[in-house]
Design a protein around this ligand. Structure first.
Ligand SMILES: Nc1ncnc2c1ncn2[C@@H]1O[C@H](COP(=O)(O)OP(=O)(O)OP(=O)(O)O)[C@@H](O)[C@H]1O
Ligand SMILES: [Mg+2]
Length: 494
């Protein structure tokens, strides 16, 4: 029997070759169309193809990723050829269907087939897509009896399950925008695996404030329906401000870990213009934190209102700096950034946080940080005794010690950043004990105290010197005025 099938196939292939080679193009097209119609009439199966990349710019297709995740369980049980990739934290492998593999799935009594395909285009194309030229896709086949069931509910079921599996298994990423270049470039964002260990548990700050922020994030992540109901894009802005070393960047990592989000670290100075800023935003995924660190230094975003206050000589310095960097400077403007945050572009996806950090909140344009754009303003401040206890637990694994009382008093008297406390608590030798670290901290307090005292002394001296100079100036002016008066009187007498 197999010999018969083989010879029939061979004859069909031969006829096809003749058909391709010798028939005129129009006739060939015409015949192909009708052959398809005839075969479709007898073929009871429907096919749906899902490609890995879509659109002109080959944007990755979220549906493909979800299907890949959904099929991973099925594939590991049934497929013969599997692909393996590192999963979250690189401590296990995630399996997916190998090329040209087929698996079946059962759903509410219906049987469907999934097939993985890979094709390599014959003509090499210029592409933004960073990896290979291969085009991957999944093909779903099912009997036409199940059309409504599959299209109406099975596909949604696959996407939902796939997304949920993907969130659990995916490696989170830290993206940075590539410097703007003329001509072609690979992609707008580069990424590495995000595995920062920071968490809210290890973050030193006031416990009440910490809980408030965690609750806020939790509420946000569960409010998809609420945002849809009030007609707002599902996004939230956070402004973190405070002196250097108070944990702003650490807090962002803790937020990403809490919510299981990707992080997009946006460097505004390497963006050419507002248009490029918009394109970058479009290419961010959902479940993401978009971060602009040191927003006050990023661009001249202090706005016209603030610029009016700038003194003339400062204006000259700014002008010179701008001239020096001519050609290199970014043309992203304050209004471009405002559009980025709350314009139409932010409606092109959901579940995104936008976080700004700054050391100088008072220098920012109020429009940039008003509520509704930056919904929550969080001051990251100097370390308090409660914060110290968190750090002592993290670094030394202790919750109490005889020296704690001394340290508590020192916190009342002196301002010190969590970064300084952390640095001093870190054991300096392999066998360093807790007491040595605590004594180091006390010494650091003494140094900070001494520095503050010297600084205050210097300020008093400077002030006194300025006052003395002022007095000398006033005396000199009075003397001159006196002399002028005397001369005038003499001249009048003459
Ligand atoms: N609140 C904190 N809790 C725990 N660790 C902290 C905290 N603040 C700072 N640290 C420690 O100090 C280091 C520096 O902190 P971080 O980079 O988060 O400060 P920052 O506020 O972002 O500073 P900058 O304004 O200079 O960017 C961190 O690596 C962390 O180890
Ligand atoms: Mg920082």
């Amino acid at each position: 029997m197999w010999a018969g099938v083989g010879s029939t196939l061979a004859s069909i292939m031969f006829l096809c070759t003749i058909f391709q080679k010798y028939l005129p193009y129009n006739l060939r097209d015409f015949i192909e169309k009708y052959v398809h119609r005839v075969t479709d009439f007898f073929n009871p199966y429907i096919e749906v193809v899902i490609h890995e990349f879509t659109g002109e710019r080959l944007k990755s297709n979220e549906a493909y990723t979800a299907i890949e995740a959904y099929l991973s369980t099925n594939a590991s049980k049934r497929a013969k050829r599997l692909k393996a990739e590192f999963g979250k934290d690189k401590d296990y492998l995630v399996l997916s269907m190998g090329d040209h593999e087929e698996v079946t799935d059962d759903y509410k009594g219906a049987k469907v087939w999934w097939k993985a395909s890979t094709t390599t285009p014959k003509v090499q194309q210029l592409s933004y897509y960073p990896t290979s030229d291969k085009k991957r896709s999944y093909k779903l086949s099912f009997h036409k009896w199940y059309r409504e069931l599959v299209i109406g509910s099975y596909l949604n079921h696959v996407l939902e399950e796939g997304r949920a599996i993907g969130v659990l298994k995916r490696q989170r990423k830290l993206y940075t925008n590539n410097p703007s270049q003329d001509g072609h470039r690979r992609s707008m964002w580069s990424h590495i695996v995000f595995d920062h260990p920071a968490s809210f548990r290890t973050l030193a700050m006031d416990p009440g404030k910490k809980k408030e922020i965690m609750d806020d994030l939790d509420t946000f992540s569960k409010s998809k329906d609420y945002y849809a109901k009030i007609g707002k894009a599902w996004k939230r802005g956070y402004l973190l401000y405070g002196p250097p070393g108070t944990g702003k960047s650490t807090m962002i990592a803790a937020m990403a870990n809490l919510l299981n989000y990707d992080v997009y670290d946006l460097e505004l100075t390497s963006i050419k213009d507002n248009n490029e800023l918009r394109k970058l935003l479009i290419e961010t995924s959902n479940k993401a934190i978009i971060v602009i660190e040191d927003i006050d230094c990023s661009l001249d975003l202090t706005g016209q209102r603030a610029n009016n206050k700038v003194k003339e000589e400062e204006k000259d310095v700014i002008k010179k700096a701008k001239e020096d960097s001519k050609g290199k400077e970014s043309k992203v403007t304050l209004s471009g950034l405002l559009n980025f945050i709350d314009g139409l572009w932010s409606s092109c996806g959901g579940e995104r946080l936008i976080v700004f950090t700054t050391n100088y909140v008072e220098q920012l344009d109020p429009a940039l940080i008003r509520r509704g754009r930056m919904d929550k303003h969080i001051e990251m401040s100097y370390c308090g005794f409660e914060g110290f206890k968190v750090l002592a637990k993290n670094y030394l694994d202790i919750t109490s010690h005889d020296l704690f009382e001394t340290i508590r008093q020192l916190f009342d008297e002196t301002q010190i950043t969590p970064a300084d406390v952390a640095e001093n608590l870190m054991p300096k030798t392999v066998n360093g004990d807790a007491e040595t670290s605590l004594k180091n901290l006390i010494e650091a307090f003494e140094n900070v105290k001494e520095e503050t005292r010297l600084k205050a002394q210097k300020e008093v001296k400077d002030e006194a010197r300025l006052k003395a100079q002022e007095e000398v100036k006033v005396e000199a002016i009075l003397k001159i005025e006196e002399e002028v008066k005397e001369h005038t009187v003499k001249d009048e007498v003459k």
